[in-house]
Structure formats: C-alpha cells, structure tokens
Write a protein of this length. Structure first.
Length: 444
C-alpha cells in the first residue's frame, strides 16, 4: 500500500512537471511538514480540510473559509492568519519584523503598530488586522472591477507556482492585463499587447469545443483554476467572421461569451446568452500570458545606520513584468509617460510620475534588469516603518521624531525619494547644500 501511494504521488508530480513550465511547490516548514501544516487529511474543519487550530501571533484560527475572500467569524484573520502561523518566524520566513534582511527586502507587517501609528511612520497592505481589512477595489490607483477582500492569498499562491515565479506570486492577480481587463479597458488595444499570443484551436469532431492544436503553445491555460467557479483565469479572444470576441463581455466582464476549460485549455461555445459556435474546423485565438515575475539577478547595495556605519544589503533585480503585476491593483499609477497618460477619477484628470526611468545600483533599492526603475524601487511590497526607511543619503531613519505625513509603504522617508533623483530642479536652479540632498551631489 505504501509503495502504491509513493508511485501515485510521483505520477502526479511528473504530470505537473511535464505538462507545464517548471513547477515551484511551497516549501516545507522547519519541521519538514508540507500539507499537514495547514490541512487535516481526515479531520478538516471545512471542505478545504483546514486544521481547526493553527497557531499565530494574532490568535488561533477557529473558522477558515474555503477560499480567499470568503466569509468567516473574523474575515481579517481568516486567510492571512493561516499564513502568519508560519511566517511569524516560528517555522517560516518572518514577515512581521523579526528578521532585518527580510524587512529590508519586502517590508514588514508590524502587528504591534496597527492601525497606522504616526510615531513609527508605519503603513502596510491591510491583510491581517482586525477592523482594518480593505476591499481590493479600495486600492490606491485602482482601475479594475476587482472584487473581494485583500488577503495574503490575493498576492501569493499558498500552494506554490511555476516557472520560477518569485515568492509564489499569483500569476494573474485580479485576472488583469496591465490593470485593465475590465469594462473601462480599451479592449481592441489589448489585442496588440506583447503578452497576447496567437494560437490555433482545432475543433473536437462532432462538438462545439476547440482545443489548442499544440499543447506547448499555451501551457498556462491549464495551470491555475478558480476552484469554485471552475473557469480559467486568463483572458482569451477568438476570431469569428473577422471580429475578435473575448471570453468576457466588455460591457460586463463577469459575464462570459464562451467558456475556457481550466483543466484542458479547451474553448467551448456552451454559455447561455453567449456567442454561437463558428463554422469550420479551426479557430484563431489570442491568449494573454500570465504575469510571470522573476528575479534576474542580485547586487550588493550599501546604506547607512543612523550612526554612519555602513550596512550592506543583497538587492534583487526583477523582470520588468513586476510593474504589470502591481498594476493589477494600482493600474492608474502604472505610467511611463506623465504627459501622455493622464487618468480620470470622478471627473477629475490626474497625471502621475513615470514608474520607469533610469536607475542605478548606487541607490541600493530594487530595479528591473533592463536598467529601469520599477514599483519596488520606491515602495516595499508588505509595509514600511521608520527603521527600514532611508533618507536621500541612504541613512536609516530609525529613531526619528519626524512624522512622514504619508508613508505609503515607501522605502524613502518623506520627500527623500524625490531628492534621491532630482538633485537639481526642473527650474534649473540648484538646491545647493540642502541637507536632504544625496551627499555626493551636495555643492562643494
């Protein structure tokens, strides 16, 4: 029996590895436990087989929903507390402040400073704090029709991911394409995006179902499933009578024109009120690739303690796709040309700072391997606090008595993020010896 179980397990793993890009499964905890850290094989307290009690700094989990965003006795603790059960440093990577190297890479969820405390200049994504849970639609700069409550699982896939996806990030958060797969999008323009891959579908004889002719053309179609809804999470468009038809209806992206099977990648014209099946045995489709975020390399960055002592960091260089990933929630802020990309909210037109500009290792913050800045160049992913914020001289702000009026998960304190790059003004006059300027640019 044991031998049979081992063979079955290996078979499942081999199917996963051979049917898609390299899989990256969630690592075991420090006690070498995988599934049973969160689940119970025979005594689960939900249909997701969650353990009844999972230790956490925020308290035991007594009710856990079957999927992220579900209803529980305390939705602030339902999903994310499961993650904090390990990621409080007890048996997984510490994200609540006990590990300086982790904080200076991803930021911090300071459970003792929530809600925001101006004395510590703390802000964080609101994933696990009672009374402070936010809907995804409330994200600053949001431009999508995203629904649900923000949890750890909104950003991370707790079971793992594939193709060396960084930190098990969800490969298609909010089912977005550059933050705008929704009724506000320019749907025709989406078809010209570089991540729209054209493939050929072939009809299954005697049916209204079409499958990818070469399974290797779009393997991601069969990699992620919304278990309850049972649909593929990636935008797909098919060409019928010279017109492109999306699997979602532009007028209401929650309604479908046709279905996409998440297990096989098959397109089927079986939706009531949807698009009728086309004639012919082949069908041209465009499939949007998921957002794959990878680390392309690292470098050693230097910052300074408050007493002037040097502190070296290992800093990541990311693929530029990190900007697309953040734009799934903060789409209005993904701007590459502030003059040509205004956005409108409640009838008011706004302009934003370019997200991409030339960056340097001397800044000691992450940037993209193409040499440009990205969202993480200026912001922490998890949260910020004064002891991990730096000024324009790259000195840590620990112990400051100055309040940053809007910490906004920033790596830099206050306007230091501006002075780091803008060491002379657009008015073409120098700031001379302003103490907030980077030391190497001060007037001599």
């Amino acid at each position: 029996m044991k031998k049979a179980m081992i063979v079955l397990t290996l078979s499942v793993v081999m199917v996963m590895l051979l049917s898609a890009p390299a899989a990256a499964l969630h690592k075991q905890d420090t006690d070498n436990r995988y599934c049973i850290r969160c689940h119970s094989t025979h005594a689960g307290m939900t249909t997701g087989l969650f353990q009844r009690n999972v230790g956490s700094p925020t308290g035991p989990v007594t009710t856990v929903p079957d999927k992220p965003g579900g209803v529980s006795n305390n939705p602030a603790l339902a999903v994310s507390t499961l993650c904090f059960a390990c990621h409080d440093g007890t048996s997984g990577r510490d994200v609540i402040g006990g590990n300086a190297s982790v904080m200076l890479r991803a930021g911090v969820f300071d459970l003792n400073s929530w809600p925001e405390d101006s004395n510590t200049n703390f802000t964080a994504h609101t994933v696990a704090y009672d009374g402070s849970v936010k809907d995804i639609s409330e994200a600053p700069g949001n431009k999508s029709d995203a629904e649900g409550t923000l949890t750890c699982a909104s950003c991370h896939n707790p079971h793992g991911n594939y193709d060396n996806q960084r930190a098990y990030l969800q490969v298609n958060p909010n089912e977005a394409v550059k933050g705008h797969f929704d009724k506000n999008a320019d749907w025709a323009a989406l078809l010209a995006e570089s991540d729209a891959v054209e493939v050929t579908l072939t009809r299954v004889a005697g049916t209204d179902e079409f499958v990818v002719a070469n399974a290797g053309d779009a393997p991601w179609l069969r990699m992620q499933v919304e278990r309850q809804g049972n649909y593929a999470k990636y935008p797909v468009a098919v060409q019928i009578d010279g017109q492109w038809v999306f699997n979602r209806k532009p007028s209401d992206p929650r309604q479908a024109n046709f279905s996409v099977n998440p297990h096989t990648g098959a397109v089927k014209f079986d939706v009531a009120g949807g698009t009728a099946a086309p004639a012919g045995d082949t069908l041209t489709a465009k499939v949007f690739k998921p957002i794959i975020v990878q680390v392309d390399g690292t470098f050693t960055g230097t910052i300074y303690e408050a007493d002037g002592a040097e502190k070296t960091l290992t800093v990541n260089k990311y693929t530029a796709s990190i900007n697309d990933w953040c734009a799934a929630c903060h789409g209005n802020y993904y701007i590459t040309n502030r003059a040509n990309q205004p956005y409108v909210v409640d009838g008011i037109t706004y302009h934003g700072h370019n997200v991409t500009r030339s960056w340097s290792e001397s800044y000691a913050t992450p940037f993209s391997s193409n040499g440009n800045s990205n969202c993480l160049s200026c912001h922490y992913a998890h949260g910020t606090r004064e002891d991990i914020m730096i000024d324009s001289t790259k000195t840590l702000m620990a112990g400051t008595t100055i309040a940053d009026s809007k910490p906004a998960n920033k790596r830099y304190f206050g306007g230091s993020v501006c002075a780091r790059c803008h060491y002379n003004s657009h008015g073409e006059t120098f700031m001379y010896d302003n103490e907030r300027r980077p030391e190497e640019f001060q007037w001599q």
